[in-house]
Design a protein around this ligand. Sequence first.
Ligand code: NAI
Length: 447
Amino acid sequence: MSQLIIIGAGPGGYKTALHAAQHGLQVTIFEQEHVGGTCLNVGCIPTKTFVHSVSFEEAIERQPQVVEQLRSGIETLLTHPNITLVRGKASFVDAHTVRVSDETFTADNIIIATGSDSKLIPVPGIESPNVVDSTGLLNLDTLPKRLCIIGAGVIGMEFASVFNRFGAEVTVIEFLKECLPALDSDIAKRLRKQMEKEGITFNLQCGVKQIADGQVFFENKKGQTDSVAADIILVATGRKPRTEGLNLEALGITLQRNGAIPVDEHYEVKKIRNEENKKGDAPAPSNSLNFTFSNSPHLYAIGDVNGRQMLAHAAEMQGLHVVNRILGIEDHIRFDVMPAAIFTTPEAACVGPSEDQLKEQGTPYECHKSFYRANGKALAMNETEGMVKLCTEPGEGRILSAHIFGAHAADLVQEVTAYITLGATLRQLRETVHIHPTLSEVLIEVN
Ligand code: NAI
């Protein structure tokens, strides 16, 4: 019997396996496709290879090399003596047993780390051959002349930026009134305007109605029907947790309305529907009379499949926390301090609540800004488009959040993430010596 079974070898699963193995647990990890999951095979890594390639041709040539190199690295890591990698699709028999083909495996603890799939919108024509999701777009062998992107979220914006740079004519259709709804609206607007300057057309507050004959028909904000002609149409309208075939019903687990596995603050699976998923589509388990819930001891769900924070680094940290709990190790991971970045050109990144959220919550705050154009290194790099916004407690108190748009925004946000995690004030940030000349000086230059 293993001490730990992990279903899925994406960044959540394989990093968790390594952490557990290094701490002496016997791990069996199942993978139905390639190790590395969406992130390595069809997500973060291929898209970043695109971002850092000069042309589409270079991108499609480099992509498989980069992916293969990293994949074989992970396969080597998984040869750790405490880890057994089993190829195949796992499904539950009971809370301590999974089956792959005709073989069953048991463990004291099981972690579900099966990730997510693209979510398509239910409009006529969505099955047309020129409609792709992000995986399909990464697999094209010729650059589309006209690319229409449905959804201005993270995936839509990253691909809009890179395909525009490769020379495609890019049009984005977004339902909401601004791109990147999860981002501070000030930053999102500046990024969108910069991308418009670079030639990308945005149709905001527009709902897609139909796809037919290489055209996307949508209702614009005036209520009129409009259309965009495209050679390729990317649907980037979100992702949904992947649970199909796991046989979770056998464990009495009711999925949430968004398809996610319900978990508690330690990522332990909640077994019976609770208040949040009362409106769920799936029926309540027959043994649940009044919709109270209990946890499933020793059964955990990490990463995209629990729908909490669909980010590779969130999955990794959740897995680390679960293994620590299994081992009885106390940790202090701040899951409320979760940095994120959008790898457009220029980048955008954030950590902590947006200014809009702080206003909504009625949290007292003040806002401090600085601009790249006043920074020596940014000028020298010819990267003068950019802004930093730090939200702090009143009186230059503890830093609450950072929202940055501009070159290397992700690296700058990472620095602020450390300050927030440690409860530092703006004054402490200003009193920290920063190397001159660096972009990081924009942080201490906030007004
Ligand atoms: P998303 O949820 O970020 O954005 C989807 C967008 O589509 C939203 O703006 C939404 O309003 C819009 N939309 C939905 N239905 C629509 C319709 N019918 N017509 C027009 N617009 C519509 O989802 P996305 O971009 O697909 O990303 C999926 C997940 O992957 C996210 O959770 C994201 O955080 C994660 N991801 C993270 C990356 C990063 O951290 N750099 C990179 C890529 C993905």
